[in-house]
Write a protein that binds this ligand. Structure first.
Ligand code: TRP
Length: 349
């Protein structure tokens, strides 16, 4: 169907890691390469990134190019996905301002994602900036500006999509039918897994120093794997082991394919056989980690090589973003003119 418009968004607040890879990036590339859509957009959400990093503009600036490199490295194709920079589209802030009339403070306070984020951010202990508090409204602008009706996101973004649809319905019922309702799609099966950190922490995060980055060298990946947390009760090889809360096994369940077993650990046909042996006892961590390292090296090598290729020519990457941003801006300008017309804000036409 050619009425599909897809939009994906990533905050440029740090280099992307394997959690992003299985949580979002692989799925976005799959959508890019297999869906029948009219347009697909890949937004670098720098303005949203600033809502909790406004005191560190260098960080956001630096990570726009890092994230663009990560996107290209995993297979975003600028001929298929319009890659652009959020802050370069002033129509998005304009839309946000009009949508603010359609959302109550109480509704924003109820947004579970924002609620959790606020409670976890130490720097907001003395007060939450209005910009951060209202970012779900700006996200609704990001989506509706391009008339996107499909947004591939992780589960944590469901409340944003819900709020977007509320804004769409309210706008359409008060003014006129300008905006399109949105559907979110979450990655299938184990690709949707939220990866724990290498230390076993539920979240992989830069400040926790427990990430494997897409741009990490082969040695850095190997070193991380070697020191990974496993099952602390699995002391001797004979002991039965826990695979459920064991990040080594969680990573394998996501990334290990039958061809990895065939190439590096042919005693087992698949993940289920390996996990069963570990749970039964008789399988040591060193062997499993060695296999995980092979799997991650195989997965990350082509990504790293593509990344290095693009990183040698960042001028071309900026050109990709410049071209994409110009295209995206045309679409947003069309929407804002329809929005303003519907709101009776078109004095000089
Ligand atoms: N909030 C998203 C995240 O943190 C990023 C984002 C910004 C986004 N605008 C968007 C995602 C629009 C989808 C659609 O991952």
């Amino acid at each position: 169907m050619d009425d599909k418009i897809v939009l994906t968004g990533i905050r440029p607040t740090g280099p992307l890691h394997i959690g992003h890879l299985c949580g979002a990036l692989q799925n976005n590339v799959l959508v890019q390469n297999t869906y029948d859509y009219k347009n697909m957009y890949g937004m670098i959400a720098d303005a949203q990134g600033l809502t909790d990093n406004f005191d560190d503009p260098d960080k956001v600036r630096r990570n726009v190019i890092e994230v663009a490199l990560d996107m290209l490295a995993v297979g975003y194709d600028p001929d298929k996905t319009i890659m652009f920079i959020q802050s370069e589209i002033p129509e998005l802030t304009e839309l946000t301002f009009y949508y603010m009339n359609l959302v109550t403070v109480a509704r924003l306070q109820r947004n579970p994602t924002v609620k959790t984020e606020i409670s976890q951010k130490e720097k907001f202990a003395n007060g939450v900036p209005v910009g951060f508090f209202t970012y779900p409204i700006s996200q609704a602008a990001d989506i509706t500006a391009f008339k996107a009706n499909i947004v591939p996101v992780g589960d944590d973004q469901a409340p944003m999509i819900e709020q977007t649809n509320e804004i769409v319905h309210k706008f359409n019922s008060i003014y006129s039918e300008v905006l399109k309702p949105v559907k979110m799609i979450v990655p299938e099966s184990n690709m949707a897994a939220r990866l724990p950190g290498t230390d076993g922490n539920a979240k992989m995060g830069k400040s926790l120093n427990n990430c494997i980055y897409l741009k990490d060298s082969a040695d850095a990946v190997a070193a991380r794997v070697k020191t990974m947390f496993t099952d602390p009760k699995h002391l001797r090889i004979e002991d039965p082991g826990n695979t459920k809360d064991n990040p080594v096994f969680i990573y394998l369940s996501v990334f290990a394919k039958p061809e990895h077993f065939a190439a590096f650990l042919p005693e087992y046909a698949n993940y289920a056989e390996l996990a069963a042996h570990y749970e039964r006892g008789g399988l040591g961590d060193v062997k499993v980690k060695k296999f995980l390292n092979e799997v991650l090296q195989e997965t990350l090598r082509p990504i790293r090589e593509r990344r290095e290729m693009f990183a040698r020519d960042t001028d071309s990457v900026m050109e990709i973003l410049r071209t994409g941003t110009a295209k995206a801006r045309e679409a947003a300008a069309q929407t804002i003119s329809e929005v303003k017309h519907a709101m009776k804000l078109d004095y000089f036409n």
